[in-house]
Design a protein around this ligand. Structure first.
Ligand code: ADP
Ligand code: ASP
Ligand code: MG
Length: 440
């Protein structure tokens, strides 16, 4: 069986939901994972912020506008009177909860519950629409099987067991619909797999059921060789290995949630990226195979903080790096890039929520410099560290101030750290010289 995930734009209007119905109606049984309709999760985040900032009237305005827009979609999609009424009643219960929340005290648990409503709405609406169209579909409630542990990793043992229980208790259908993104945490509170997490839901389910393939349907024809939001001439890459895709997703290619590839890599379950607006386009196939060598794609990850740790006695004092890493370990902060010299070590983190404490502890034995607003630019491809175009990199980037460089950590990745203000120029320069074959 295949698992197909449709993102926010793919279910973002009544018309797009009709496209999705056409794509999934091929007579084969499948599991469909849906995101919230586009814009909904952002609005829910902003409603939660209004509650945090104690401006409930602003939250109420957003709730009312969103409520009205859902009723419009329901009216376009559901001409069947009973289904229309049933879905509106369900929608009302969700909006009643949101209205009540504006009078509640802000907590992370409340915020997570608010954020979960988008996927609950989109799946309920879409399931009713399929029923109206005579398609046998059923809902598999994600909150009955999807769970993360205290390290915020999927609890695969629990998910496997619960998914089977939910599946066994659900009437036979052709299309099984479930919510992306949402889950329970270790204390059974509603939580989520982080923004963009519906991709992750799809591969977690794919791994649990040993799916034949996981498909991620979105608004673009696959993984492009550079970020299409900042670079004009990009093109889709037809094949990527799991490792290449994992590097690109982790280092900022927004088309995939950073962890998407992890659950399926071990079992070699292929992941196909497809465009809902252009289903005929090949897209990208992510699999265990690697194809041609050389730089295939570039991605960029923002909001990186660089920390320089300088100590007079670094190399003589063995155990220095151990001491450094222990500080990050204590504060559960992972390190992305690292470079060393005789007198100093520089490293980067993307989560600076414990920065103050980390710096305070490091200052006990070293002098520290912190640079914020940094961006990691990551070049990915099979065996790129030995490829001829790689040797041109310093020449191409001679006018860009490179703060750090990581080469040789793996054969498939070269990462550069630059100031975020230089990101767009850097991405475009690399694109021109590496992919558009502008000569130096
Ligand atoms: P969805 O809502 O379907 O999950 P996303 O917005 O999360 O869609 O991801 C698709 C978007 O990712 C594209 O519209 C594109 O702007 C952006 N994107 C960033 N980098 C890349 C890339 N390398 N290849 C393709 N798309 C990318
Ligand atoms: N709706 C969630 C978000 O916007 C999850 C997703 O779309 O993948 O982040
Ligand atoms: Mg996404």
């Amino acid at each position: 069986m295949k698992v197909l995930k449709f993102g926010g734009t793919s279910v973002g209007s009544a018309q797009n939901m009709e496209h999705v119905k056409d794509i999934i109606s091929d007579g084969k049984q499948k599991i469909v994972v849906l995101s919230a309709m586009s814009g909904t999760t952002n609005t829910l985040v902003s409603i939660a912020n209004d509650i945090l900032n104690e401006v409930p009237h602003l939250a109420m305005e957003k709730i009312n506008t969103l409520h009205a827009s859902y009723f419009e979609t329901i009216d376009v999609l559901l001409s069947d009177k009973d289904l229309n009424l049933d879905v509106k009643e369900y929608t009302n219960t969700i909006f009643e909860f949101l209205v009540e929340s504006t009078c509640s005290e802000f907590t992370i648990t409340l915020e997570n519950k608010i954020l979960a409503q988008g996927e609950l709405l989109s799946t309920y609406i879409f399931n009713a629409y399929l029923n109206q169209e005579g398609i046998r579909s059923a809902l598999l409630p994600a909150l009955d099987f999807m769970k993360i542990n205290d390290a915020k990793e999927p609890d695969l043992g629990y998910i496997q067991k619960q998914f089977k229980a939910v599946w066994d208790a659900t009437p036979q259908a052709d299309i099984y619909i479930t919510q992306g993104f949402i889950c329970l945490d270790e204390s059974d509170n509603i939580s989520n797999l982080q923004r963009g997490g519906s991709d992750y839901t799809a591969t977690i389910i794919g791994a649990v059921i040993r799916a034949e393939e996981v498909q991620i349907w979105t608004d673009i024809d696959g993984m492009h060789n550079n970020d299409p939001r900042y670079v004009a001439h990009t093109h889709p890459i037809s094949n990527l290995s799991f490792d290449e895709a994992a590097e690109l997703a982790y280092f900022g290619a927004k088309i995939l949630h950073p962890q998407t590839v992890l659950p399926v890599r071990k079992d070699g379950i292929p992941v196909r990226l497809k465009n809902t607006m252009d289903p005929e386009a090949f897209g990208t196939l992510i699999s265990g195979e690697t194809f041609e060598n050389g730089i295939k794609a570039i991605a960029a990850k923002d909001q990186i903080t660089a920390i320089k740790i300088k100590s007079g006695r670094m190399l003589q004092a063995h155990g220095f790096l151990k001491k450094v890493f222990e500080v990050f370990e204590t504060h559960k902060t992972s390190i992305d890039m690292i470079t060393t010299s005789e007198v100093a070590v520089s490293l980067t983190i993307d989560d600076d929520s414990n920065l103050e404490n980390i710096v305070a502890e490091l200052e006990q034995f070293a002098s520290i410099e912190v640079d914020k607003d940094q961006t990691i630019v990551c070049l990915v491809g099979h065996s790129i560290v030995n490829h001829e175009s790689t040797f041109k990199l310093f020449q191409i980037l001679q006018d860009v101030k490179i703060r750090m460089i990581s080469y040789g950590g793996s054969r498939n990745n070269i990462s550069l750290l630059i100031h975020s203000k230089d990101k767009i120029t850097t991405l475009n320069k690399l694109n021109d010289y590496l992919f558009e074959l502008v000569t130096l």
